[in-house]
Design a protein around this ligand. Structure first.
Ligand SMILES: C[S@@+](CC[C@H](N)C(=O)[O-])C[C@H]1O[C@@H](n2cnc3c(N)ncnc32)[C@H](O)[C@@H]1O
Length: 214
């Protein structure tokens, strides 16, 4: 399949699909971390119409769309105005809408659960098909990840681990994503796709498509 992985600089999902032989490209406003020649530096909206069989958008910017950001719509953080916050919300919703309604047969968009204003601004909003955890796929980590799916099946756990009890050191380790220390790369650490999830996507979405085509 010809596959576009949107909003990805890490290459984690691109490489998982490439390993199964797909014609896969990533795209982002920023360069790829692995200096591959299969990455397009662009606004994703400029390439959505280029004849892809599948689109997976690995977490478009969501700060203004997700539940945890709703408070800023009423009281802006220092240095910003409430109007700027609403403008950022409209921009985030427009980007999500463009991906969700792209002319591509199979679509997956990863994004946290959204607040009511975001849902209202998205064309054809539908609730996420599922929220998965890295520990369902053999990764010792907590990080709820929601997938909005069009014409793709919900992912099935591949290696379900047992989460450690609250208050233990192990539980703290599993929460590392949420506890990432402030710094310029914090957003990268927090939004990087877990390998176990990327492998499940490639096998369950890419593998099924290969079987269908055979
Ligand atoms: C939350 S991060 C996702 C990181 C991704 N999970 C990874 O493993 O690389 C969001 C990404 O979306 C990119 N982005 C923001 N607006 C974009 C646009 N209009 N078109 C393409 N990429 C965009 C950002 O540069 C950033 O790399």
């Amino acid at each position: 399949m010809k596959i576009l992985i949107g909003c990805e600089t890490s290459g984690v999902v691109r490489r998982a699909f490439a390993a199964l032989g797909h014609d896969v490209w990533s795209c982002d406003l920023l360069p790829a971390e692995d200096a591959t020649n299969r990455h397009i530096i662009c606004d994703i909206r400029d390439v959505l119409g280029d004849g892809w069989d599948m689109l997976a958008v690995m977490h478009p910017p969501c700060t203004r769309l997700c539940n945890s950001g709703v408070r800023w719509l009423h009281r802006a953080p220092p240095g910003k105005t409430v109007e700027q916050m609403w403008q950022e919300l409209r921009e985030g919703a427009a980007l999500f809408s463009a991906c969700w309604n792209a002319p591509i047969p199979r679509i997956a968009v990863e994004n946290p659960v959204m607040h009511k204003h975001a849902k209202r601004l998205i064309d054809g909003y539908q609730a996420p098909a599922q929220t998965v955890q890295p520990w369902w796929f053999g990764e010792p980590a907590f990080k709820g990840t929601s997938f909005y799916l069009r014409n793709l099946s919900a992912l099935v756990a591949t290696n379900r681990l047992t989460p450690p009890a609250r208050g233990t050191d192990e539980h703290k380790k599993w929460s590392a994503v949420h506890r990432a220390s402030p710094g310029p790369d914090r957003w990268k650490i927090r939004s990087r796709t877990f390998q176990g999830i990327a492998d499940a996507m490639a096998l369950q979405w890419g593998g099924a498509a290969l079987a269908e085509a055979a």
